[in-house]
Design a binder for this molecule. Structure first.
Ligand SMILES: Nc1nc2c(c(=O)[nH]1)N[C@H]1C(S)=C(S)[C@@H](COP(=O)(O)O)O[C@H]1N2
Ligand SMILES: [Mo]
Length: 409
C-alpha cells in the first residue's frame, strides 16, 4: 500500500488525491469541519482590505535589533508567500534615515547639470506623461550576508528576505532626459533622495537611457511610504541601494560623484589585489533559494511534498532551476511557473516524495545569458573571504529525520 501511494505520488494529480489527511468513509454521511455560517461581516469592513486575522504571523521582521529604529532593514517573509508578487505591506524595507512624510502635491523632481534645459517636474506633470508598468524584483546587495554568522535557526526570511517583487508603474527616465536634453560628454547621473540621509548614488547614463523607471506606483496603487512615496528610481536588476527612494533630484555629469554609498559602502575588497575594491558592481547576479521546505519549518512525516522556491537574475530571465535533495550529488530540473519574465522573480516547483531520511536541499539557477549560480566555495575563491555585498551562492537547507529544517550554510 505504501509503495502504491508512492507510485501515485510520482504523478501530480494522483498525489494530491492521496494526500488528504481525513478519509470520507464510503456510504457514510461525512461533513467537512467548516459549516456554512450565519450573516457575516458587512461590506467595507474595513474600506481598505486587510489579510485574514489568521494570517497575523505573516509580517516583516527586523534583520537584527537596531539601536536607531529609523536605520536598518526589515525582511520579507518569503516562506509564507505564493507566486511572484510581494504584497506591498510585506515589501522589505531599507532606510538610512527613516521614512519621510512627503506631500505629493508639494513634491518636485529637479533634473539639471549637463543639460540644455534644467526642468522641475511636479507629480502632476509626471502623471500626465506616457506611463510604463513592469514587474521586477528588488534586492539589497547586502542580502544573504547571514552566511557569515550562519545560525542553524535562520529562516529564509533571515537569509534572503531583502528581496521583493512588484509591478512598478511610472515614467521612463529616458523620456524625461529627452525633455531636458543631455549635453555631449555626459556619462553619469546623480540621483538624490529627500530623506534625512539625502541618499545619493551615481548611475551610468547608459542604464538611465535603457530601462530605468521613475516610479510612482507599485502593484496597482501609489507607492507605499516605505517604498519611496511619492517617487522613486527603479533600476531593473541593479542593487537595491541605487533605487533611490523619495527621489527629488537628478544631476547629469561627466563622471561619478564618489558618494559614501559607492566608496566606503557597496564596494567589495578583492583578494590578492593589495586591498583594491570592486566598485560600481551594479547588477544583482543569478540566484535562487528553496522557500518550502526552508529553515524553521517542520515537515509532518514522510510522503509527497512539493519543493518550491524562487529564482531571479539581474541580467535577464531565468532559464533553468535544478534542485538537489542529496546535498548536490544529483540534480533534477524543477518546473518554472510562467510567466517567466526578465529581471523578475520566477517561481519553481518540483514534485518530491520524502522518504523520511535526512536530506540536504539545494537549488541552482541558470539565467538566459548562461550565468550559473555559483557554489559558496567558488564565490569565496573569486571574491575572497572579506566579500560582503552581492552574495549569490547556492543555499542549503538541512532536513532532519524528525522533519525539522535548519540552515545548513
Ligand atoms: N532615499 C533613499 N533611497 C534608498 C534608501 C534610503 O535609505 N534612502 N535605501 C536604499 C537601499 S540600501 C535599498 S536596498 C533600497 C530598498 O528599497 P525598499 O525599502 O523599497 O525595499 O532602497 C534604496 N534607496
Ligand atoms: Mo540596500
Amino acid at each position: 500500500m505504501a509503495s502504491r501511494r508512492k507510485v501515485l505520488a510520482a504523478g501530480l494529480g494522483a498525489a494530491a488525491a492521496a494526500i488528504g489527511s481525513r478519509r470520507a468513509a464510503a456510504g457514510t454521511a461525512t461533513e467537512p469541519a467548516t459549516e456554512p455560517g450565519a450573516l457575516g461581516a458587512p461590506l467595507l469592513s474595513p474600506p481598505y482590505g486587510q489579510p485574514s486575522p489568521f494570517e497575523k504571523g505573516v509580517v516583516r521582521k527586523l534583520w537584527h535589533p537596531t539601536t536607531i529604529p529609523q536605520i536598518g532593514v526589515s525582511l520579507t517573509p518569503l516562506q509564507d508567500l505564493h507566486g511572484i508578487i510581494t504584497p506591498a505591506g510585506l515589501h522589505y524595507e531599507r532606510h538610512h534615515a527613516g521614512v519621510p512624510a512627503i506631500d505629493p502635491d508639494r513634491h518636485e523632481l529637479l533634473i539639471h547639470g549637463m543639460v540644455q534645459r534644467p526642468l522641475i517636474f511636479s507629480m502632476d506633470d509626471l502623471l500626465r506623461l506616457p506611463s510604463v508598468s513592469k514587474i521586477h524584483f528588488l534586492e539589497c546587495s547586502g542580502n544573504s550576508q547571514l552566511w557569515k554568522q550562519a545560525p542553524a535557526t535562520a529562516t529564509v526570511q533571515d537569509t534572503h528576505g531583502m528581496l521583493s517583487c512588484s509591478e512598478w508603474t511610472g515614467v521612463r527616465l529616458s523620456d524625461l532626459l529627452d525633455q531636458v536634453g543631455i549635453k555631449p560628454g555626459a556619462h553619469w547621473i546623480l540621483a538624490e533622495g529627500a530623506d534625512g540621509a539625502a541618499m545619493t548614488r551615481s548611475i551610468p547614463l547608459s542604464k538611465a537611457l535603457d530601462d530605468a523607471i521613475v516610479a510612482y506606483a507599485q502593484n496597482g496603487e501609489m507607492l507605499r511610504p516605505e517604498q519611496g512615496f511619492p517617487l522613486r528610481l527603479l533600476l531593473p536588476g541593479f542593487e537595491g541601494n541605487t533605487n533611490i527612494k523619495w527621489l527629488r533630484r537628478l544631476k547629469i555629469g561627466a563622471a561619478p560623484w564618489m558618494t559614501r554609498e559607492e566608496t566606503s559602502k557597496y564596494t567589495d575588497i578583492m583578494p590578492n589585489t593589495g586591498g583594491r575594491a570592486r566598485q560600481f558592481a551594479f547588477v544583482m547576479e543569478v540566484k535562487s533559494v528553496v522557500t518550502t521546505p526552508s529553515g524553521g519549518q517542520r515537515l509532518r512525516g514522510p510522503g509527497f511534498r512539493e519543493i518550491r522556491g524562487l529564482a531571479w537574475s539581474g541580467r535577464g530571465a531565468i532559464r533553468r532551476v535544478e534542485v538537489s535533495t542529496d546535498g548536490g550529488t544529483s540534480w533534477r530540473d524543477a518546473a518554472l511557473q510562467g510567466p517567466v519574465l526578465p529581471i523578475c522573480l520566477t517561481r519553481f516547483r518540483l514534485p518530491w516524495h520524502w522518504e523520511g531520511a535526512p536530506a540536504t536541499i539545494l537549488s541552482r539557477a541558470t539565467d538566459d545569458r548562461g550565468n550559473v549560480q555559483p557554489t559558496h566555495d567558488a564565490l569565496v575563491a573569486e571574491r575572497g573571504p572579506a566579500a560582503y555585498y552581492h552574495y549569490n551562492a547556492i543555499h542549503a537547507w538541512s532536513l532532519a529525520a524528525s522533519g525539522d529544517v535548519t540552515n545548513a550554510v
